[in-house]
Design a protein around this ligand. Structure first.
Ligand SMILES: Cc1cc2nc3c(=O)[nH]c(=O)nc-3n(C[C@H](O)[C@H](O)[C@H](O)COP(=O)(O)OP(=O)(O)OC[C@H]3O[C@@H](n4cnc5c(N)ncnc54)[C@H](O)[C@@H]3O)c2cc1C
Length: 494
C-alpha cells in the first residue's frame, strides 16, 4: 500500500527544491521526485549563477515581479541554508556611443520594476572600477543588488533542509502520468510505482510541458530549449573582479564576462534555440561566438587559461507576457489551472529562474492559501541547514583540529581544489546522499580545477564503492548509463 502525501513536487532543480523546502515548513507531508540520480541535474546545473537585480525583465510581467521579490530574499536564504552568496553588484556595459541609450531603457525598466540601487556610470568611472574593461566603454548601468552564488550548493542545501523537516526525496523516479478521480488529480504513476497526494506541483523544467499536458492543461504550451555555452578559466588567471553584462538584445541578456563565487572567470552564454532537450554539447560555432562577445568587453582575455567548457539549456516557454504589443518576451506560468483540481502548474521558468526561485516558492504557497489550504507552520520547523567543513576554506589551526578529530580530513583527494576524503565521506552520508562522482563534484567542487578530475577520479570511485558497499563496477559518473569501469582486468591473489 503506497503512502498518501499532501504534496508531491515533480522535479528537483532549484525551483522544486526550494518549493519542497518551503512546503516542509507547514504541517502536511511532502514528496519530491526527480528522474535523475541526484538533485540539480537539469537547467540548474549549468547556468551563469547570477542572482539578477531585476532591471532586465519587461515591466508588468510575472518574471519581473518574481525576479525583484526573489532577489531581496537571498540574504535570508543564504544565511539559513549556509551556501555561498555575495551581493557584489553588476555592470551592464555600453561599448561605443551607439549602445549608451540602451542604458537609459534599462534604467526605465529598473524604475518600473522597483529595483533599488541602480545608477548610470560614465565610461571613465567604469574603467576605474574594472581595470581590464575595454577602453571603448561609454558607460554602464550599475545595479548594486546583483549577486553571485553556487546553484548546486543552493539546491542541495534546500533539499537537505526539506528532508530535515520531514520531506521525502525519491531520485531515479520519473513521472509518467497522473492518477485521476474525475477532474481531480489524486496521484502520479512513475517508473518506481504509484504515489498518491492531494496536490502535485509541476517543477519539471524542460519537461514541464509534458507534465502539464498529461494533466490536460495548456495543450498549446511548448518548451523549446535555448542552449547557452560557456568557457571556464583557471582560477590562477583572474581577469576581472566584477560581473560584466553587455547591453541586452532580443535574444537575451547577452554574452557576459563574470567572476564566479569560486573565483574562476566565466564567459558566456550564447542563446541558440534547439529541439533536443538532452543536447548539452558545445559547438565550435557557439564557442567562437562567445569568444568574440567576451573579447568585446575584456580584450585582454587569453585562451591559454581556459580549463573547461560546458552548455546548459534554458526551458524557454511560449506563454505570452501580458504587455500589449510585445511578443518576444515570454512570461512564466505559475498557476492553479481551472481544468483540473489538485495541480499547481509551473512552466517556462527560464532566466532569471534561479534568482526568482525563493519568490516562486512563496507564490506557490500564496496560491495554495487562496485555494483554501490552511498551511499551518509546524511548531518544530527548523530553517537552518548547517554547513559541513570545507578544508580549503579553513585556517591551518582549524584544519589541525578537524584532522585530530577525524584523520580522513587529512587525506587530500583532489589536489587542485584541496578536497579531502573526510569531505567526500560526509557528502556520501548526508541527508541527500551523494552516490555518483558528479554528485560529489557538485557538492565539494572536487575535479573542477586544472586537472579536471584526472587525479581524483579513481580515488573517488574507490571511496564511493567502499562507503556504499557496492562493487566499483557499479559506480557511475552521473547515474544510469555512465559507469566508469566495465570488468576487472586482473585478480590480486592474497
Ligand atoms: C545558459 C543558462 C544561463 C542561465 N543563467 C541564469 C542566471 O545567471 N541567473 C538566473 O537567475 N537564472 C539563470 N538561468 C535560468 C535558471 O538556470 C533556470 O531558470 C532554473 O535553473 C530553473 O530551475 P528549475 O528547477 O525550474 O528547472 P531544472 O533545474 O531543469 O529542474 C527540473 C527538474 O525536473 C526533472 N524532471 C524533468 N522531467 C521529469 C519527470 N518526468 N519526472 C521526474 N523529474 C523530472 C529534471 O530532471 C530536473 O532535475 C540560466 C539558464 C541557462 C540554461
Amino acid at each position: 500500500m503506497q503512502r498518501k502525501y499532501d504534496y508531491i513536487v515533480i522535479g528537483a532543480g532549484v525551483v522544486g527544491c526550494i518549493i519542497a523546502r518551503t512546503l516542509s515548513r507547514y504541517e502536511g507531508s511532502v514528496l519530491l521526485i526527480d528522474k535523475e540520480a541526484d538533485v540539480c541535474m537539469g537547467s540548474t546545473a549549468a547556468n551563469t549563477a547570477i542572482v539578477h537585480a531585476g532591471y532586465d525583465p519587461l515591466p508588468n510581467t510575472l518574471k519581473a515581479r518574481m525576479n525583484v521579490k526573489g532577489n531581496a530574499m537571498w540574504d535570508t536564504l543564504a544565511g539559513e541554508l549556509n551556501f555561498p552568496f555575495e551581493r557584489r553588484g553588476d555592470f551592464v556595459v555600453a561599448v561605443g556611443d551607439e549602445e549608451f541609450p540602451e542604458l537609459e531603457t534599462l534604467m526605465t525598466f529598473a524604475k518600473k520594476n522597483g529595483v533599488p540601487g541602480c545608477h548610470i556610470l560614465s565610461g571613465p568611472e567604469v574603467r576605474r572600477r574594472e581595470k581590464n574593461i575595454t577602453p571603448d566603454v561609454s558607460g554602464a548601468l550599475w545595479a548594486s543588488t546583483g549577486g553571485i552564488t553556487d546553484p548546486f550548493a543552493v539546491t542541495v542545501a534546500a533539499a537537505e533542509n526539506a528532508v530535515m523537516n520531514g520531506a521525502e526525496v525519491k531520485l531515479n523516479t520519473a513521472f509518467e502520468e497522473f492518477i485521476m478521480d474525475g477532474d481531480r488529480i489524486i496521484g502520479i504513476k512513475t517508473n518506481q510505482g504509484e504515489f498518491f497526494s492531494r496536490w502535485v506541483v509541476n517543477c519539471a523544467g524542460l519537461y514541464s510541458d509534458f507534465v502539464m499536458h498529461q494533466a490536460g492543461v495548456r495543450p498549446e504550451f511548448k518548451i523549446r530549449p535555448r542552449k547557452g555555452e560557456y568557457f571556464v578559466f583557471d582560477r590562477a588567471d583572474v581577469q576581472i573582479d566584477n560581473v560584466l553584462f553587455p547591453v541586452p538584445t532580443e535574444k537575451g541578456k547577452g554574452i557576459l564576462v563574470t567572476t564566479t563565487i569560486h573565483g574562476n572567470t566565466l564567459l558566456g552564454p550564447n542563446a541558440d534555440i534547439i529541439d533536443d532537450k538532452e543536447n548539452t554539447s558545445t559547438t565550435t560555432s557557439g564557442m567562437d561566438e562567445i569568444w568574440a562577445g567576451a573579447k568585446k568587453l575584456v580584450p585582454s582575455l587569453s585562451k591559454k587559461y581556459v580549463i573547461g567548457t560546458f552548455a546548459g539549456l534554458r526551458p524557454m516557454g511560449n506563454a505570452p507576457c501580458k504587455t500589449p504589443g510585445v511578443d518576444y518576451n515570454k512570461d512564466y506560468i505559475i498557476e492553479i489551472p481551472e481544468e483540473v483540481r489538485g495541480f499547481v502548474n509551473l512552466g517556462g521558468i527560464e532566466s532569471p529562474g534561479l534568482a526568482s526561485s525563493p519568490a516562486i516558492a512563496q507564490e506557490v504557497v500564496d496560491l495554495l492559501k487562496d485555494a483554501g489550504e490552511e498551511l499551518k507552520v509546524k511548531k518544530d520547523w527548523d530553517p537552518i541547514r548547517p554547513a559541513r567543513p570545507r578544508f580549503r576554506e579553513m585556517s591551518q589551526k582549524d584544519r589541525k583540529l578537524l584532522v585530530d578529530m577525524d584523520p580522513s580530513y587529512g587525506r587530500v583527494i583532489c589536489r587542485c581544489e584541496n578536497v579531502t576524503e573526510g569531505e567526500i565521506i560526509a557528502e556520501i552520508h548526508a541527508p541527500i546522499p551523494a552516490t555518483t562522482y558528479d554528485a560529489i563534484k557538485r557538492r565539494t567542487w572536487l575535479g573542477t580545477g586544472r586537472c579536471q578530475g584526472g587525479f581524483d577520479t579513481p580515488r573517488v570511485v574507490e571511496i564511493l564503492s567502499r562507503e556504499l558497499g557496492v562493487s566499483p563496477l557499479e559506480i557511475t559518473k552521473r547515474g544510469k548509463g555512465s559507469k566508469f569501469l566495465f570488468r576487472p582486468t586482473k585478480k590480486v591473489e592474497n
